[in-house]
Design a protein around this ligand. Structure first.
Ligand code: PLP
Length: 526
């Protein structure tokens, strides 16, 4: 493809992308193709001769679109969103054009320096404590995903712990101490932590222990839970070196009690023994708003914090922003420098080589899209974006509350996420849903804990009603929701944080929920 052909092809592609966005809400939101559909549509080997762009482009609509689930559709209310925006796409376009895998500063100083600047901007915008800024000992780095960020800090924490444990030893003595300590190392998280923590422990070759969260505390990890887990580890001769806390858990958007947890760690462990990480993959975006800034104050006592701009902050996948209090913790653990990676600039120690802050060597120019987004929206634009979704979430939750005959909210609407179940009319008929229970439900507690008279069979029945509603709605392709099991209760999650979602889309989702539930419950009890 020469320059003139590229100009024509790129214009045609941009036109198609704009049309796609303009009409996306008319498409079936979740793909309904059968597994293996694409192989049947494509030749079994690549073409011998090159093809024209016009012919290639036609296959986007004909062959790829049927197999796409439209994450950018306003009817996509599943998982957490993956917001994409035009300024961010422009960042991707330039990044692809420059293609400069800038693992060392000298590979493209602009790539490294822009990353440092925009992550400092972002830290300020998120109201993070100054210890995470690059002007001190901390700093930020863009990772591919929150899972990658967790794996990276688990490895850094392991190395920091082992270095201290082996201090003063050399040779075989050092190796033996390292091996003995490794076999006792354990990563701690809560039973609501994202599964990427268990994977990080697997990658780092250490044990993983999850701490139970009680629904009395809205499924948040508390200081008391952590204290109990530390005591248990002591009894089992395990050495905890890493604790993952969460701002906005995946199932219910619970917020762990950072203040209590950091106090417990500070009071029971010597400084630096347990690395505390905050996984704020989705809800961290809300910290741009002044009304959430108080949460970030507690991060003054944690080692690292990660949030995905690629979830709720208008930036295309991938842009997971990891901040560390002490960048030396990363570089000491991850710096491996063969001769071919050495250069005079790195040797001075005056430049940042981001290869030492991450697992891979090569890296993309991802700072560009973050820069474009921050400049296009401005901090006020980001705040307005988050607040609009939170307001939509509250409206949606109020509509659900207005149909007590059909639904129960089992976790308080938080960060534009509402978690609900179908109300089992049998339980209502039997008077099991008494006043006490209703109050507790509205406070967001799980039904399994607050329906003392509810037998397993009744709970199973409620679960199966909710599951039927969920499955029928998703099969319709009109909206896409996700489910979760919270303390044994099958629940439907509705996220009102899609960039293109407005009140009309949430209202439509609510009406579909009502119609489907009336139908399924009606059939079950006729
Ligand atoms: N942490 C939390 C709380 C999440 O909800 C998710 C995904 O939704 C992740 C981590 C994993 O994110 P990623 O896909 O960026 O690895």
């Amino acid at each position: 493809m020469n320059a003139e052909e590229f100009r024509k092809a790129a214009h045609a592609a941009i036109e198609e992308i704009i049309d796609y966005y303009d009409t996306i809400q008319n498409r079936r939101v979740v793909s309904n193709v059968e597994p293996g559909y694409l192989r049947k549509l494509l030749p079994s080997s690549p073409p011998e001769e090159g093809e024209q762009w016009a012919d290639i482009q036609k296959d986007i609509e004909a062959k790829i679109m049927p197999g796409l689930t439209h994450w950018q559709s306003p009817n996509f209310m599943a998982f957490f969103p993956a917001n994409a925006t035009y300024p961010s796409m422009l960042g991707e376009l330039y990044s692809a054009a420059f293609t400069a895998p800038s693992f060392n500063w000298i590979c493209s100083p602009a790539v490294t320096e822009l990353e440092t600047v925009v992550l400092d901007w972002l830290a300020q915008t998120l109201h993070l404590p100054n210890c995470f800024l690059s002007e001190g000992e901390g700093g930020g780095v863009i990772q591919g995903s929150a899972s990658e960020a967790t794996a990276t800090v688990v490895v850094a924490a392991r190395e920091r712990y082992l270095t201290t444990a082996c201090e003063g030893l050399e040779g075989k003595g050092r190796e033996d101490r390292r091996d003995q300590t490794m076999s006792r190392l354990v990563v701690l998280g809560s039973d609501q932590s994202h599964s990427s923590l268990a994977k990080a422990a697997l990658i780092a070759g250490v044990r993983y222990k999850s701490i139970p969260c009680s629904s009395e505390n809205d499924l948040a990890l508390t200081g008391a839970n952590v204290q109990a887990a530390l005591e248990q580890c002591k009894c089992e001769d395990l050495e905890p070196f890493f604790l993952l806390t969460t701002l906005g858990t995946t199932s219910t958007c619970a917020v762990d009690r950072f203040d209590e947890i950091t106090t417990v760690i500070r009071e029971t462990r010597s400084p630096g023994t347990i690395w505390i990480h905050v996984d704020a993959a989705y809800a961290g975006a809300a910290l741009v708003c002044d009304e959430y800034a108080h949460i970030a104050k507690d991060f003054v006592a944690v080692d690292s914090f990660d949030m995905n701009m690629h979830k709720w902050l208008l930036t295309n996948f991938d842009a997971s922003c990891l901040f560390v209090r002490n960048r030396k913790d990363l570089t000491s653990a991850l710096s491996v420098t063969p001769s071919y990676l050495r250069n005079p600039f790195s040797d001075t120690g005056l430049v940042t080589d981001y290869r030492d802050w991450q697992i891979p060597l090569g890296r993309r120019f991802r700072a560009l899209k973050i820069w474009f987004v921050l400049r296009t929206y401005g901090v006020n634009g980001l705040k307005a974006h988050i607040r609009r979704h939170i307001t939509l979430g509250e409206k949606f939750a109020n509509w659900i509350r207005g149909r007590e005959d059909l639904f129960r909210i089992i976790a308080p609407p938080a960060f534009a996420l509402t978690v609900l179940t179908v109300a089992n009319p049998k339980l209502i008929d039997w008077g099991l849903l008494n006043e006490h229970t209703e109050t507790k439900v509205s406070e967001g507690l799980a039904t399994s804990d607050i329906m003392p008279h509810t037998s397993t069979t009744e709970l199973d029945h409620t679960n199966s009603l909710t599951k039927s509603v969920y499955e029928r709605i998703n099969a319709s392709g009109k909206v896409f929701l996700t489910s979760s099991v919270v303390n044994g209760v099958y629940a439907i999650r509705v996220v009102s944080a899609n960039e293109k979602a407005d009140e009309e889309h949430l209202r439509k989702a609510f009406e579909i929920l009502v119609r489907t539930t009336e139908d399924i419950v009606g059939q079950a009890y006729k």
